[in-house]
Design a protein around this ligand. Structure first.
Ligand code: NAP
Length: 278
């Protein structure tokens, strides 16, 4: 790519039609008057390697990566950050001018930053964290909580073996609970996180009994459609501080935007509105 070319970025996944990332990056490009484009691309698994090789030659400075390619891109990258290796997945690729592909994962950063902004004064070191779910998103959540000072993580997942696998990877600060006893994690928990897809539009609700929830707990949900899930509503009614999942999506995108387009973007009410109204 020549230095005067218009920078291109985008998101690759399949399906890709529902991604909020084009609205988010499009908003920032417009807001900062940057002459660039952000494009959603539906990429099949069999085309992934070829697409990643081709995109830099077309003028792409990088892409976001979403389901189902987040794990597979690690194999195709020349450089993988420690946090992407630890999580076992990447959500951001940066195409260097020398042809190297750099894979990073900013989901954990987005998760922690959302809590810091949404619940001022919150710290992972406030006390034990309770995490529902052990899928891809849970890996980023657990890695970032441990990295930022959580001493203990209580983890429950419908499929116990996936929670056990995370304990093996992340070590003894992770304690696995049976899914049917997930409510028992709450009595001790200072931070409570739903990383399952339960509560999302079109999915059943998260039905863990929340009676044990401490009033001083900070409660967050990765689901952001709806913005206030039944889980968050119950927590709010119990007097807990609640933080919705939209901010995680916004904050995880900011470092990538800065790397690609050279401007650190603001995450504020205007940004939220731009994404919600898209
Ligand atoms: P995933 O890898 O497919 O994991 C899904 C998780 O949900 C697993 O723990 C799964 O349990 C659990 N689950 C699904 N259906 C269930 C049911 N009927 N009963 C009990 N547990 C159930 O998905 P993911 O990538 O981790 O994403 C999880 C959620 O986080 C999605 O809603 C996604 O949109 C959201 N997310 C949000 C952000 C953000 O920026 N806010 C970022 C990433 C993800 P099993 O292991 O038993 O199947």
């Amino acid at each position: 790519m020549s230095d005067t070319a218009i920078p291109l970025a985008g998101v690759i996944g399949s399906p890709i039609e529902h991604s909020k990332s084009p609205a988010l990056h499009g908003h920032w490009l417009k807001r900062y008057g940057i002459n660039g484009h952000y494009i959603p691309m539906n990429v099949a698994h069999d085309d992934l390697a070829e697409v990643i090789e081709l995109l830099p030659r077309l003028g792409f400075v990088g892409v976001n990566v979403t389901i189902p390619h987040k794990e597979a891109v690690l194999e195709l990258a020349d450089l993988v950050t420690d946090r992407a290796s630890l999580i076992g997945a990447a959500n951001t690729l940066i195409f260097h001018k020398d042809g190297r592909v750099h894979a990073d994962n900013t989901d954990g950063y987005g998760f922690v930053e959302n809590l810091r902004q949404g619940a001022p004064g919150w710290s992972a070191a406030d006390g034990p964290a309770a995490v529902f779910g052990a899928g891809g998103a849970a890996r980023a959540v657990i890695a970032s909580l441990l990295e930022t000072g959580a001493e203990e993580i209580m983890l429950a997942n419908r499929t116990r073996s996936r929670a056990d696998a995370l304990r093996s990877e992340f070590g003894q600060r992770v304690h696995v609970f049976e899914w049917v006893q997930a409510g028992n994690m709450l009595e001790e928990a200072a931070t409570v996180v739903n990383t399952t897809s339960l509560g999302m539009v079109g999915k059943p609700e998260l039905r863990v009994p929340l009676d044990g929830l401490r009033k001083d707990a900070t409660v967050t949900d990765l689901v952001y459609a709806p913005l206030e899930t039944a889980f968050l509503e119950t927590a709010r009614e119990k007097g807990c501080r609640t933080v919705d999942g939209l901010g995680m999506l916004l904050f995880q995108a900011a470092p990538a935007f800065e790397r690609w387009f050279g401007q650190r973007p603001d995450v504020d009410a205007q940004t939220r509105d731009a994404v919600l109204s898209a």
